[in-house]
Design a protein around this ligand. Structure first.
Ligand code: NAD
Length: 496
């Protein structure tokens, strides 16, 4: 597979060359599971030159509001490979999530989360689960653009782009092709979010058509997630927008046995970050009981990425042997198959003792034909600008009162260029002909349209806003209503 060859060429190491990597031990259980993971990597002969950086809670609290100092960025941009333990984002205080900052700043757009079961040694209702979740990592509500607009209403912008959707969908199909996977499923909520999730779904269909040998299907996320939790065997590779991927991958990891088992790779054009999918688990931090397997699995993905699949195979088989021998941390301990409940460090020792062994009951893994994560092509279809016309504007107001009173005031502010068409509250039409039963907040969307659907100018909008302000109304934002090549490019109000 050329994708693998490319990556391995980039990071190729011969037997004596060490690959520089950046390591952060993180917060909470982070230092404990990182120590265990690094001990296993070292014992297995991983050829790594480790640069340690300090990021996370300590940095936030020392006044580094981003949680990451400049020297850490410098290390990441030099080594281009990052093994990261979970970090704690302090609650309140306006701290941004460092995980999201790192993923977005470094362009790590594909988040790959394999979730498999190890039945019967790890308790699960789903003995045959082997699912790869591929989560879009940069867009959606994780743009983190939020505003309080009125006393009662807060807003978070959900941004979905065509290039972003195309890159992640293509990555999912490339991953499936590289790993001999048969099917790629897409989860969205495009029955509700027809423009944003609708775009993601459409792009999935377009990109999928380039892969005739791979089966493809789409599920609405609610029933899709329910089926995944109930019958995960019916899924293979699943691709989805950021927020859904965040939630669904935790569910998938948990039903596979423990959220402490799954690793995650964050892949960008030429930088990659490897981690556990779980967080810093502050409640069990310092007790030395956490399962280090999630981070270790992330590290296995990293070893393949840096061209050391031989070491990854050796560790993975030793890990499987440890699991089938019943040496288990508390989270996967079960009466039927556990023989010893061990601490984080003892679990690492048990894996180290078993290096060189292959499991006899669980299927051994072979990385001989190991495929790296496909090297992202970054290829996106060039955007061909369409004919855009602005034909109206939604004016959002902070206001208290009855819809019909607001309608009367705004009709007075209308003219032949922009006429009030509708007022909605939380998306539901309340004027004209609203229902008295509809609950209204202090946040109103007032839709003005050019009556003949002809193009209007920015000056027409600012003139309208001046009239609205002159009427003593507090506008908080506007959204232009456009057509692209004559197609309506905004959603209708519920009941409009
Ligand atoms: P969490 O994943 O830390 O913990 C959820 C539950 O799983 C807890 O009961 C915890 O004890 C258990 N758990 C997690 N990892 C485990 C392990 N290795 N072994 C055994 N049990 C384990 O989620 P949370 O409590 O919601 O978040 C805690 C902190 O972690 C928050 O500050 C959050 O922002 C942060 N977080 C960081 C990352 C990351 O760094 N990538 C990801 C998610 C959450």
């Amino acid at each position: 597979m050329s994708a693998k060859t490319d990556t391995n060429t980039t990071h190729a190491t011969n037997a004596n060359t060490k690959t520089p990597i950046t390591v952060a031990s993180g917060d909470g259980i982070g230092p404990e599971i990182m120590d265990a993971t690094l001990r296993v990597l070292e014992a297995a002969g991983a050829r790594l030159d480790i640069e340690k950086i300090d990021i996370g809670e300590k940095m936030y609290l020392s006044g580094e509001t981003s949680g990451i100092p400049a020297s850490a960025w410098e290390s990441l941009r030099r080594t281009r490979v990052f093994l990261k333990a979970p970090i704690t984002t302090p609650q309140g205080g306006g701290y941004k999530s460092l995980n999201v900052t790192i993923r977005k700043t470094l362009g790590l757009y594909a988040n790959v989360r394999p979730c498999a079961t190890y039945s019967p040694y790890v308790d699960t209702k789903h003995p045959n689960m082997d699912v790869i979740i591929i989560r879009e990592n940069e867009e959606d509500t994780y743009a983190g653009i939020e505003h309080q607009q009125t006393d009662e209403v807060f807003q978070c912008l959900k941004l979905v782009s065509r290039p972003g959707s195309e890159r992640i969908c293509r990555y999912a199909f490339e991953y499936a092709a590289a790993h001999g996977r048969k099917k790629v499923t897409c989860f969205t909520k495009d029955n509700i979010m027809k423009l944003t999730d609708g775009l993601f779904h459409r792009v999935f269909d377009e990109v999928g058509a380039e892969y005739p040998d791979i089966e493809k299907e789409h599920w609405i996320i609610d029933i899709g997630a329910a089926r995944l939790a109930d019958t995960p065997e019916m899924f293979d590779v699943i691709v989805m927008p950021n927020l859904y991927g965040d939630v669904v991958s935790d569910i998938a990891a948990q039903i596979s046995g423990s959220v402490g088992l799954a690793g995650s790779a964050n892949i960008g054009e030429d930088i990659a970050m490897f981690e556990a999918i779980h967080g810093s688990a502050p409640a069990i931090a310092g007790q030395k009981v956490a399962n280090p397997s999630g981070l270790l699995h992330g590290a296995l993905q990293m070893l393949v990425h840096v061209g050391q699949p031989d070491v990854a195979e050796s560790i993975h088989n030793a890990w499987l042997t440890t699991i089938e021998d019943g040496v288990h941390t508390f989270d996967i301990f079960n009466e039927a198959h556990s023989t010893r409940q061990v601490s984080t460090g003892e679990f690492a020792d048990a894996v180290i003792e078993r290096l060189g062994r292959r499991p006899s009951k669980l299927a051994a893994v072979s990385y001989a034909a190991a495929h790296d994560h496909p090297r992202p092509t970054g290829r996106v279809t060039p955007t061909v600008p369409k004919q855009k016309a602005t034909i109206g504007v939604d004016v959002f107001l902070h206001w208290r009162g009855e819809p019909n009173d607001l309608g009367a005031q705004l009709e007075a502010a209308s003219n032949d260029t922009l006429r009030l068409k509708m007022i909605s509250n939380r998306g539901v039409k309340v004027w004209p002909d609203g229902f008295s039963e509809t609950f209204c907040t202090d946040h109103w969307r007032c839709r003005f349209l050019q009556p003949g659907q002809k193009a209007i100018s920015h000056a027409d909008i600012t003139a309208l806003l001046n009239r609205v302000a002159d009427a003593g109304l507090d506008f908080i934002k506007t959204e232009n209503l456009c057509t692209f090549d004559g197609q309506r490019a905004y959603s209708l109000g519920q009941g409009e």
